[in-house]
Design a protein around this ligand. Structure first.
Ligand code: NAD
Ligand code: IPM
Ligand code: MN
Length: 359
């Protein structure tokens, strides 16, 4: 069966990193027997430019019809003054919500070759392999009421609502336990239950779900402490499960442990295993168009897609091994470059990974 993929390059560095990822898919197709076809559609600022909407209906229809979706990144300063509903980020949030992609897997793995590029000492990050599971379709990102308005006394106010229903917590908690069962069987649920009622419910429900998974050791941590512990002793974690906004913030912090935000892939899954795959970083407007962005997070997202949605684990292994070989060769984009290594461009890194697939 031929896998049908939808590619959404988006904005800023999105098209550059997506071109590198597409080159890898192209090579798997032509040289390694992967049966795959893809088409491209606009989202984010590119969607707005093409059709006036950050998530054009045609793009959403193609995404529903595809077996999996790859996304580059969305956003950029030229779009920041658009009306709220037209902003690129709304397109990304809408596709996550429309496709019910509630489980966002953000693995933070340190490639040993990048130990010296990490912001932390090698002895603290060496061998790091943690999974952050971020709830992706609830919380403050989608809660109502939300808005900016003017009070009776004339003072303007802005507000959002962090809201989680019991079933929403249950399903992400269950995903967390299931993932932990396939790893070191340790799950840390991160919340702010000392202050927020929504977090108290979160904790209560996670404890309930834990009864189904007696082999998993469950712990709870407040999010402020978790941020500190991630930098102090990151290897104490196996799987972290947390709500939407906490997961957004903690995963950017975890990215730096691996050398660069340009290294972290992600999978956003629905209940049936369909997924959208994207690097965790944004459109990096400061380096867009320069062919210097790191495409490895996107290339590693292709590997996650092959493994999680397309049942092509051997092809995923092939990509991950190729990335390891390229790092062994000393090739680095600017964000992970350290003395003694060879600096390569975005496209150069993509070509190097393609060449290394065969080894
Ligand atoms: P960002 O992740 O785009 O960039 C933060 C910093 O990391 C920048 O200095 C950037 O150059 C660097 N960086 C990011 N990706 C890189 C890569 N692959 N290689 C090398 N360096 C990289 O975050 P930001 O600056 O806060 O946001 C910029 C825009 O991106 C905003 O419009 C924001 O809304 C959007 N954004 C989109 C997504 C997404 O599409 N999933 C995620 C985060 C931010
Ligand atoms: C991410 C991004 C998005 C988020 C934004 C761009 C909507 O930061 O994918 O991590 O906050 O989820
Ligand atoms: Mn983010």
């Amino acid at each position: 069966m031929t896998h049908k993929i939808l590619m959404l390059p988006g904005d800023g560095i999105g098209p550059e990193i997506m071109a590198a990822a597409t080159a890898v898919l192209e090579a798997l197709k032509s040289d390694f027997g992967l049966q795959v076809e893809w088409e491209e559609a606009p989202i984010g600022g590119a969607g707005y430019d093409a059709s006036g909407e950050p998530l054009p209906q045609a793009t959403l229809d193609l995404a529903r019809a595809a077996d999996a979706v790859m996304l580059g990144a969305v956003g950029g300063p030229q779009y920041d003054t658009l009306p709220w509903e037209k902003r690129p980020e709304r397109g990304l949030l809408a596709i996550r919500s429309e496709l019910s992609l509630f489980a966002n897997l953000r693995p933070a793995i340190l490639y040993p070759q990048l130990a010296s590029a990490s912001a932390l000492k090698p002895e603290i990050v060496g061998g790091l392999d943690i999974m952050i599971l971020r709830e992706l379709t609830g919380g403050a990102y989608f809660g109502q009421p939300r808005g900016i308005d003017t009070r009776a006394d004339g003072v303007r106010q802005g507000y959002n609502t962090i809201i989680y229903s019991e079933p929403e917590i249950e399903r992400i908690a269950r995903s967390g336990f299931e993932i932990a069962m396939k790893r070191d069987r340790r799950l840390c649920s991160v919340d702010k239950a000392n202050v927020l009622e929504v977090s108290q419910l979160w904790r209560d429900v996670v404890i309930e779900v834990a009864k189904e998974f007696p082999q998993v050791s469950l712990s709870h941590m407040y999010v402020d402490n978790a941020a500190m512990q991630l930098v102090r002793q990151p290897k104490q974690f196996d799987v972290i499960v947390t709500e939407n906004m906490f997961g957004d913030i903690l995963s950017d912090a975890a990215a730096m442990l691996t050398g660069s935000i340009g290294m972290l892939p992600s999978a956003s899954m629905d209940a049936s295993g369909k997924g959208l795959y994207e690097p965790i970083h944004g459109s990096a407007p400061d380096i867009a168009g320069k062919n210097i962005a790191n495409p490895l997070a996107t290339i590693l997202s292709v590997a996650m897609m092959l493994r999680y949605s397309l049942n092509e684990a051997a092809q995923a292994d092939r990509i991950e091994a190729a990335v390891g070989r390229v790092l062994d060769q000393g090739l680095r984009t600017a964000d992970i470059w350290t003395a003694g290594c060879d600096k390569v461009s975005t496209s150069g890194m993509g070509e190097a990974v393609v060449a290394a697939l065969a080894d």
